[in-house]
Design a protein around this ligand. Structure first.
Ligand code: ATP
Length: 203
């Protein structure tokens, strides 16, 4: 299969920031969070299955998934979480493949926040790239960006795999503790390596 990269990292580690740098260099970035958002927006392919599985109460008057209500449901009830994932995961996967087949970039780079948690993604990509960040730095950035308390951010971090578990799955690591200039150098180095691997793959 065609060379591809799966980019992951904990909340606020810098996935979006790093993905934008790769896109600027010519990688075809496909963000699975963005796809999930489109699927659950008004007119999205997940809306009817969600209406049937959860009821009309979970759809807003304008036809989108009621995010606040769904967040509450999946947070308090593991069965609901599983039910939603059973709807979304196959749709995200097929939309992602469709987007990848259409892209013109040097190679597809999939942004998958829960790549390590969700199992099958690792087999789909040629290389797993982890954006790593000191937990205290990560905490400060997310508190600042989302106006959340330390307790709230730590609660989200607790739902994700530990940093060491994620790092153990990495083929490549970008350390995002420092300034953005250092980040650019790292991304340029990796992009050059990925372009070479993608070209070798096509031969
Ligand atoms: P999420 O998991 O919530 O989607 P993410 O992993 O995509 O987050 P970003 O949104 O890229 O992370 O970064 C989190 C926050 O930290 C943003 O506000 C971003 O501007 C900031 N940030 C990222 N990298 C750096 C850096 N090297 N120096 C300073 N701030 C940074």
């Amino acid at each position: 299969t065609r060379f591809s990269v799966g980019l992951t990292g904990g909340i606020g580690s810098g996935k979006t920031t790093v993905a934008e740098l790769f896109a600027g260099l010519g990688a075809a970035v496909i963000d699975t969070d963005q796809i999930a958002h489109q699927l659950t927006a008004a007119g999205g392919a997940a809306i009817e299955p969600i209406r049937q599985a959860f009821g009309a109460d979970f759809i807003t008057p304008d036809g989108a998934m009621d995010r606040a209500r769904m967040r509450e449901a999946v947070f308090s009830d593991p069965a609901s979480k599983k039910k939603l994932e059973a709807i979304l995961h196959p749709l995200i996967r097929s939309e992602t493949e469709r987007a990848a087949a259409e892209t013109q970039g040097a190679y597809p780079l999939f942004v998958v926040p829960l790549l390590v948690e969700s199992g099958t993604w690792k087999q789909r990509v040629s290389r797993v790239l982890v954006v790593d960040c000191d937990e205290e730095v990560q905490l400060q950035r997310v508190m600042q960006r989302n106006a959340l308390s330390e307790v709230q951010v730590r609660a989200i971090m607790a739902t994700q795999v530990p940093r060491a578990t994620r790092l153990a799955q990495a083929d490549d690591v970008i350390v995002n503790d420092g300034d953005p200039a250092a980040l650019t150098v790292e991304v340029e180095r990796l992009h050059a390596a990925y372009v070479a691997l993608a070209q070798a793959d096509e031969r």
